[in-house]
Write a protein that binds this ligand. Sequence first.
Ligand code: ADP
Length: 422
Amino acid sequence: MGWFPTYARIFALVAAVTIIAGFYGYAWQGAVLALVGVIIYWQSQMLAVQEWLRSPEDPPPNVYGIWGELTAKIYMHQRRNQKIQARLQSNIEYLQDSFASIRDGVIIVDAQGAIEWCNAAVTPLLGLRHPDDVGQTLTNLLREPAFNDYFISGDYAEPLQFSATLDATRFLQVEITYFGKGERLLFVRDVSEAVRMEQIRRDFVANVSHELRTPLTVITGYLDTFLASEDLPSPRYEKPLMQMKQQAIRMENLLKDLLWLSRIESEKRTAKREMVDVAGLLKEVQEEFSSAYTDREVHLNLESREKIYGDFQELYSAASNLVGNALKYGGEGVRVDINWFQRGSECVLEVRDDGPGIDAVHIPRLTERFYRVDDSRNTATGGTGLGLAIVKHVAQSHHAKLEIDSELGVGTTFALVFEVGG
Ligand code: ADP
């Protein structure tokens, strides 16, 4: 396109000059002269275009024909690109403005770990200097071992909560997401108030449970005395006294579980870590339940001898809650299997029963405190509703996954999945 009329014009010009010069007997000289003229004209146009290309944002020069079309097209593309660039720039500025205005700290880190951008909120939160620290490696600037380990690990599935080194009373939470070509977006917020409220709640539950234990011990003591005594005022009192005793035992179990839950929730327990022989632990659990439930089958299959780093008491309580549940809710004639085996890089503690199973609708909520599938069944079994909350907490504190698989009429499997060496 465009070239044919150009060639036709040149040909017509050269032909016309040749014919006119031919009349005077100078045909070929005329042709050469016309061609030289055309070349000089083209050259001048080309030079004008070349000159303009040095700063193509200026309006194009007055050139004609093919050069005119060329410069017009370049100029049009240039304008379009400028508009797109301006729009992108304003989008970037808009996003940066909105990030800059939020109260949480926002940091963009490049693939090498250097700060690309951050907002002013990072200064009071992390002690970074805004914007002077841009370009510096983030982990060199922050003296927060927990944060640095988390940042380097590259596993950001769960947010990290840590107490700030600058001020130990402050707790920060950081969430990291990858974007672009390995860049990372960090959100840092102060969660001290939420952590404080959670601590108050825990202390309250622990104190109330503790305080209730003494009066309850007195009540059960008197109830035992009354029930054992020969001279009850009337046999009519025997049944109510028996029921009071049962409920007192339930309350005792509830307080025991509440206290245990608040104790394992307290971070101080992480100090009690050691290499735990899970196979030996499961043997103890099996012996305990086999002697308590002589009419049920509790099988132990130990395929692994792997030890894991953790807290013996916590792991024992998780395993015994799972086995206890399987026996309690499995019903008459249930078969319970306790398995300890390796699955790739993981070790699995599995408690499987062929009991009635659990409807899928309940599974996501099973580990909530006091969540019950069937209240009447629980009252009969004396459950506290805290067993699986304890199991879940033990899983979390051991960086293990809790997998629940159940089918109505077929059975239930609870599995604690540990990363070996984790
Ligand atoms: P509880 O202390 O009352 O037993 P849990 O938190 O241990 O409470 O269990 C929550 C609910 O999950 C129970 O109410 C029970 O209905 C159900 N459940 C737990 N384990 C099993 C199981 N192996 N088979 C059937 N239902 C179960």
